[in-house]
Write a protein that binds this ligand. Structure first.
Ligand code: HEM
Ligand SMILES: *[C@@H]1O[C@H](CO)[C@@H](O)[C@H](O)[C@H]1NC(C)=O
Ligand SMILES: *[C@@H]1O[C@H](CO)[C@@H](O)[C@H](O)[C@H]1NC(C)=O
Length: 327
């Protein structure tokens, strides 16, 4: 063979090897269960819909579940793992317990999936599908969920305070945290629009009502008329059971109410109202408020991106048989 022929063969060999190695890195894929569990996404949707019809707030719970899964150890279902006698898991951190909800819906979906396709569909993917379905059911814009996530085996309570934002965080802290996850400030603002559905416990914002600073009991960035309403719903004393809607005018609709609230100084959490604290970010709040369709499209794209955070693929991790316990 001529030296030219050898060179060409060698180049082809390199191309093939590169292609193989790219493939073995295993990317998430839309329709991942198409041949292995054809009805996987439909089954998840049916269970989410059932839960939603029974309790509208479930949609918000499931959306938040995906966020809290992805930000802590990547989207690996670690948030679903129960604590044991020798490990306190993520779900028992103050950021998650008692506020996180929707675990029973994930369990229902998983049980049905195990009965039709044993050991095939990961808990992390179920959470990702359920979050999308929740957006759809509350009338956001649907999107295709790249799947093929595998489940992690580790869940540590100590991972949560460093990886999840606090309701008291300011713009700078939120921007930095999201940046550390590869998400831009704009994506942070876009995703915060999730707070257009669901509830918050009074404990997450009661300082704004009663204990803002030593000289000013009430947060001046909170509309006083709204503060008065909130004080009735959340009397002093930090009762851990009390909750309020985050966007009271339409708590179960994925509209831009969250952003119009902020423009009226009615962002519920410090982390919400802080989005209006610089000209640039306030302009985005305005755009999202007045162009809900554009915001919902950006939201869908940002969810797909968030859903890829530090995922386990290929042969990494496992397919849990029960979402609450590693195999
Ligand atoms: C930007 C920083 C964020 C902070 C500080 C934050 C904080 C919070 C807090 C304190 C609650 C109230 C939970 C309760 O007491 O019941 C909440 C609820 C919620 N969050 Fe966030 N969040 C943030 C971003 C996000 C993102 C990115 C998503 C989704 C992609 C999200 C989705 C939700 C949803 C849907 C609820 C309502 C939950 C329910 O009704 O059960 N949040 N958030
Ligand atoms: C305000 O905060 C201080 C210090 O954290 C605490 O001692 C006090 O009980 C709080 N007051 C209210 C009304 O929550
Ligand atoms: C939001 O920010 C803009 C621009 O800085 C400002 O003009 C407006 O008054 C702010 N609105 C609220 C409710 O803080």
């Amino acid at each position: 063979m001529s030296s030219k022929g050898v060179l060409i063969m060698f180049l082809c060999f390199i191309v093939v090897v590169t292609c193989l190695s790219v493939k073995s890195e295993a990317q998430l894929q839309v329709g991942f269960y198409g041949s292995t569990c054809r009805n996987a996404e439909l089954i998840v949707y049916q269970e989410v819909r059932k839960g939603f019809l029974n309790n509208k707030g479930i949609a918000a719970g499931l959306l938040r579940l995906h966020f809290h899964d992805c930000f802590v150890r990547g989207c690996d279902g670690s948030v679903l793992i129960d604590s044991t006698s020798d490990n306190v898991a993520e779900k028992d951190s103050p950021a998650n317990n008692p506020s996180l909800r929707g675990f029973d819906i994930i369990d229902n979906a998983k049980a049905r999936l195990e009965s039709v396709c044993k050991g095939v569909v990961s808990c992390a993917d179920i959470v990702a599908f359920a979050a999308r379905d929740s957006v759809v059911l509350t009338r956001g814009i649907g999107y295709k969920v790249p799947a093929g996530r595998r489940d992690g085996r580790v869940s540590l309570v100590l991972d949560t305070p460093t990886n999840l934002p606090f309701p008291t965080s300011n713009l700078d802290a939120l921007t930095k945290l999201f940046k550390s996850k590869g998400l831009t400030q704009e994506e942070m603002i876009t995703l915060s629009g999730s707070h257009t559905i669901g509830r918050s416990h009074c404990t997450a914002f009661s300082k704004r009502l009663y204990n803002f600073s030593s000289t000013t009991p009430q947060d001046p960035s909170l509309d006083p008329a709204y503060a008065a309403i909130l004080k009735k719903q959340c009397p002093p004393g930090n009762n851990p059971d009390l909750v309020v809607q985050m966007n009271p005018s339409s708590p179960n609709t994925f509209d831009s109410g969250y952003y119009t609230d902020i423009l009226k100084s009615r962002g519920l959490l410090t982390s919400d109202q802080t989005l209006n604290s610089t000209t640039n970010t306030a302009n985005q709040v305005k755009c999202n408020a007045f162009e809900p369709y554009q915001w919902k499209k950006k939201f869908a794209a940002a969810m797909v991106k968030m859903g890829k955070l530090d995922v386990l693929t290929g042969t990494a991790g496992e397919i849990r048989l029960k979402c609450r316990v590693p195999n």
